[in-house]
Design a protein around this ligand. Structure first.
Ligand SMILES: [Fe+2]
Ligand SMILES: [Fe+2]
Length: 182
């Protein structure tokens, strides 16, 4: 990150970070969608891919709203999260692979959620009302995507990865799994 002195500069630098991250995610998603086995997971990821395309445009509008030319700044965090996800997926086969895909995707969603949370708080502090509103829309999409993944994991994917319905029933008898990350 470039050296920053003011909150406005910190906002700009973080916006560039998430802009880079969204583009990196957009590039990574088709490969992940390809690997997904469960049709519901494939569909959820595909619909979030389309949403992500819209988010990139949203971010360009946020840049415009503060009079800054849209550009990305390399985000080491998302590079690391995506690289680790790719590595984990490369070492997995079905039925565990879908569970790994959900886990890796949720790591991405949570990274996005933390960045948007910060950007919204800073936009509010800086009086960037339009930016705040646009970022809140994007944050909502990230939260929904995360919740959808949790629901899919708990409804079918973890159970299948565990070895089918019987494994799921055994876990339920032991008091359930305590819920997927969210
Ligand atoms: Fe996103
Ligand atoms: Fe996302």
């Amino acid at each position: 990150m470039a050296h920053v002195t003011t909150l406005a500069e910190a906002f700009e630098a973080t916006l560039k970070d998430i802009y880079y991250a969204e583009n990196a995610i957009l590039k990574a998603l088709p490969k992940i969608i390809d690997k997904a086995g469960a049709p519901a997971l494939k569909q959820a990821l595909e619909s979030h891919r389309q949403e992500t395309q819209g988010q990139v445009q949203h971010l360009e509008h946020v840049f415009q709203s503060i009079g800054v030319k849209p550009s990305g700044e390399k985000c080491k965090a998302i590079e690391g999260i995506l690289a680790e996800g790719e590595e984990h997926m490369g070492h997995a086969t079905q039925p565990a692979l879908d569970a790994i895909i959900v886990a890796s995707s949720q790591a991405v969603e949570h990274y996005e959620i933390t960045r948007y949370g910060t950007l919204i708080a800073w936009a509010d502090e800086l009086g960037y009302r339009q930016a705040s509103q646009m970022l809140q829309q994007v944050l909502q999409q990230e939260k929904s995507a995360d919740q959808k993944l949790t629901a899919l994991a708990e409804a079918q994917i973890n159970d299948r990865a565990q070895g089918g319905a019987q494994g799921g029933r055994q876990m339920a008898a032991q008091g359930g799994q305590g819920g997927q990350t969210y």
